[in-house]
Design a binder for this molecule. Structure first.
Ligand SMILES: [Zn+2]
Length: 99
């Protein structure tokens, strides 16, 4: 079982209080009508599946109901940090560089 720190509640809760919401920093194409069907399918379905550090979105479903970003090592399930969406996006390049 994961113990996940919610950056909004400033407390650690059990995994059952949260829902996984996919890989972090997936950006919707600004003009979907101008990209190919393959590019649209890649945006919708293709995700990284690394063994090691991974940036993910989670929602505190049974708590504050806010989305946030978690850095989780998929090899050992250790949570290496969590950030509010605002802080994660402000430090996006730094977070991606430190993977
Ligand atoms: Zn929370």
């Amino acid at each position: 079982m994961l113990l996940i720190p919610c950056p909004y509640c400033q407390h650690i809760f059990e995994e059952e209080d949260f829902a996984y919401a996919g890989e972090a920093f997936i950006e919707r194409p600004p003009q979907p009508e101008q990209i190919s069907d393959q590019e649209w399918a890649d945006y919708l379905f293709m995700r990284n599946n690394p063994k090691g550090p991974h940036l993910e979105q989670w929602i505190h479903a049974a708590g504050c109901r806010k989305f946030f970003v978690v850095k989780r090592n998929t090899a050992n399930n250790r949570i290496e940090g969590s950030w509010t969406m605002a802080k994660a996006h402000a430090g996006k390049n730094d977070l991606l560089e430190r993977l």
